[in-house]
Design a binder for this molecule. Structure first.
Ligand code: COA
Length: 178
């Protein structure tokens, strides 16, 4: 079954290879990928391969602006990650094309994903992480109700870069209180 979610300004729908040019437009920006642990894309062909091999995973969605009908970012509800192991837990990750920063679009998408995690996927908690110094992502998580859980020092990612990772969580009870 193809899952599509809708918010006031966004459609969250599965990625397709036809989105390669839109992915490349934003994912070539060195301010996007490295903040999320991946290298900037170098060609439309690379973006197409990333869609095929990574973004096509179940639970990963193109963040599409209703206004234009075009994808401007990505969000994933990931299962069985380093932080979220087990059937009742998930981790959310995201990025957004730079021209669209600062409009609260990713918080809007995250809130919809949290609704799905707690209301439809039977999660009892959801995790979200950011690298120390990524204030933009820290704010997204704070605004969506995640709380500091622990941090991991000297974490070397697949790009070979060492970060302190802040690991945040929201429980179902905390979500329902909001
Ligand atoms: C993190 C990210 C997804 C935020 O998405 P967004 O939809 O712009 O989120 P918001 O609109 O809520 O803005 C979040 C914060 O970014 C900062 N910000 C907003 N516009 C900005 C801009 N144009 N330039 C720099 N910072 C900006 C503000 O501090 C804002 O917090 P505030 O609500 O206190 O003002 C986006 O910045 C991004 O894709 N960054 C690169 C990839 C990344 O870091 N992914 C997350 C990895 S954990």
């Amino acid at each position: 079954m193809i899952m599509v979610m809708e918010t006031e300004r966004l459609i969250l729908r599965p990625w397709t290879e036809a989105d390669a040019e839109d992915v490349y437009r934003y994912a070539k920006d060195p301010e996007i990928g490295p903040a999320a642990g991946w290298k900037p894309h170098e060609s439309v062909e690379e973006s197409r391969a990333v869609i095929r091999d990574i973004l096509s995973a179940e639970g990963t969605y193109a963040v599409v602006l209703k206004e234009t009908g075009l994808p401007v970012g990505s969000i994933g509800i990931m299962r069985n990650t380093d932080h979220a192991k087990g059937e009742d837990t998930a981790e959310i990750g995201y990025w957004l094309g730079k021209p669209y920063w600062g409009r609260g679009l990713i918080p809007e998408a995250v809130r919809e994903c949290l609704r799905r995690c707690f209301a439809e996927l039977n999660c009892s908690e959801v995790w979200c992480c950011y690298y120390a110094g990524n204030e933009k992502s820290r704010r997204v998580q704070e605004k969506c109700g995640f709380r500091y859980h622990h941090k991991i020092e000297n974490c070397v990612n697949s790009l070979g870069v060492c970060h302190t990772v802040y690991v945040n969580r929201i429980t179902k009870a905390e979500y329902e209180e909001r």
